[in-house]
Design a protein around this ligand. Structure first.
Ligand SMILES: Cc1ncc(COP(=O)(O)O)c(C=O)c1O
Length: 449
């Protein structure tokens, strides 16, 4: 355990402990490009993509907003020249793009990818073993009374800071499952209200995200017809997120964006427990190898993945494993509710830790300022968690630590042809008054700079 203001603390840890923004990068000596069993995992990512395709006709029937895409739940890839100017990334440092998961239909956040995938996988396995479905069938059968009666015997539950709960609750209740979402005290009231309005049982817990997950897990273990979607440990969630990499590859190709040694791709992903950004970073690293450089973004109060990376590199001696942000005296309190997680997922760390280039932290004020800049420059409406990606180019190209890392990797000369991709991870369903509050805080910060 580190004690506040310990004079023996290395300067980096002290900055982290004082909740000031930092950029941590992995040195070339620590870097590895191999995750054990990566090729097997990539086969499963392809299977996840095929599962989404099999379910698409059913999803189009269940959700009118998917009629236009034929049941495909995807988000656009957008050029962001105006936001690039607003965040002060000069054109000679590359081009800024946005992967707009804040607009993902059905659940309105990146958590839809994993959450929906896992519930579909569970529904598919139940239907196959009950003889309600055979290989090659039209999955619209699963909207029929027989399948619904079968699903209605099961409870699907999850522990969540909010957005995973929204996606699980919405898809599970649409298929006819009973759905329960265990939420932490810091989960937003509107997210709870939205779930209750869809008939989802919301169980509130006094503690943080970890406590909500543990309570949900324990409750479902006692229910023989219970299925728990485990945000900290689920491979199915991880694979659902990872499938996004395959779609992004076709979007980049369609937009004429090259990714190779002379055209590096930097991707900035808001991180909570690490599953969503981990799955995507894993998929991208399998597709683009050394030419993609993924960074995770965390609130200054909740740098759990950063601590896990440091511990993995032997930089946190004496801290219990796996480390928690509370060990550093941090409080895990932030407006970025989706990222308010004290301890990283070990599954995500094991799968993607070796591929990650670095992690940086962001103050809540900066999240709000970037949220306002994004509305005023590109007209896009996101929640605070989703703004964490925009500090990436600033940290990488505008800080001493970032430039030193770029130089050490031999990437500086390639910056003019680089792509910077900020992943905006949520926001579609934020109510008007809530958003206005974020916006006015952000605008007053921008006006004061
Ligand atoms: C908007 C948003 N962005 C990013 C994340 C991070 O996902 P993960 O917790 O899997 O790291 C979350 C998690 O809930 C989220 O709600």
């Amino acid at each position: 355990m580190f004690h506040p203001a310990d004079p023996a603390l290395p300067p980096f840890l002290e900055t982290l402990q004082l909740a000031r923004p930092v950029l941590w990068t992995r040195s070339a000596a620590d870097a590895s490009t191999v995750t054990p069993g990566a090729h097997l995992l990539m086969d499963q990512v392809l299977s996840a993509q095929e599962r989404f395709a099999r379910f698409a006709p059913l999803l189009a029937e269940l959700f009118p907003e998917l009629a236009e895409t034929g049941g495909v739940i995807e988000s656009p890839l957008l050029p962001a020249a105006a936001m690039q100017a607003a965040v002060g990334l000069p054109p000679e440092a590359g081009r800024l793009w946005i992967k707009a998961d804040h607009a993902l239909p059905v659940a309105g956040s990146i958590k839809a990818r994993g959450g929906i995938h896992e519930v579909l996988e569970f529904a598919e396995s139940l239907a196959l073993s009950a003889g309600l479905l055979r290989a090659g069938d039209d999955y619209r059968k699963l909207a029929g009374p027989e399948a619904r009666a079968c699903f209605g015997r099961y409870q699907v539950a999850v522990g969540s800071t909010g957005n995973l709960g929204l996606s699980i609750g919405v898809i599970a209740s649409a298929l006819g499952f009973r759905a329960a979402v265990h939420m932490s005290a810091d989960a937003k009231a509107w997210k709870k209200a939205r779930l209750r309005a869809r008939g989802v049982e919301v169980v509130e817990h006094a503690g943080d995200y970890e406590k909500a997950v543990a309570a949900g897990r324990a409750q479902v273990e006692a229910d023989p017809c219970g299925y728990f979607v485990d945000d900290e440990r689920s491979a199915s969630l991880f694979l659902g997120y990872a499938a996004a990499a395959l779609h992004l590859r076709s979007q980049l190709a369609q937009a004429g964006v090259r990714v190779d040694a002379e055209h590096p791709l930097f991707v900035y992903l808001p991180c909570g427990v690490g599953g969503a950004p981990g799955g995507i970073a894993f998929g991208l690293s399998q597709l683009y190898g050394p030419h993609v450089h993924c960074f995770f973004a965390e609130p200054v109060q909740s740098p759990c993945f950063l601590l896990r990376m440091m511990a993995g590199c032997g930089q946190l001696p004496g801290v219990p494993m796996p480390p928690s942000v509370y060990d550093l005296g941090l409080r895990n309190l932030t407006e970025a509710d989706g990222l308010a997680v004290p301890r990283a997922s070990e599954l995500a760390y094991a799968a993607v830790g070796a591929h990650l280039r670095g992690v940086y932290t962001v103050e809540d004020d900066t999240l709000h300022a970037d949220l306002a800049r994004l509305l005023d420059s590109e007209g896009l409406r996101i929640e605070p968690s989703a703004a964490a990606g925009f500090s990436g180019p600033r940290q990488l190209c505008g800080s001493d630590a970032g430039r030193a890392w770029l130089r050490a990797q031999g990437l500086e000369a390639h910056l003019p042809r680089a792509t910077h991709l900020a992943w905006t991870t949520g926001g579609l369903y934020v109510p008007e008054e809530e958003y206005d509050r974020f916006l006015s805080r952000g605008r007053s910060l921008v006006a004061g700079t």
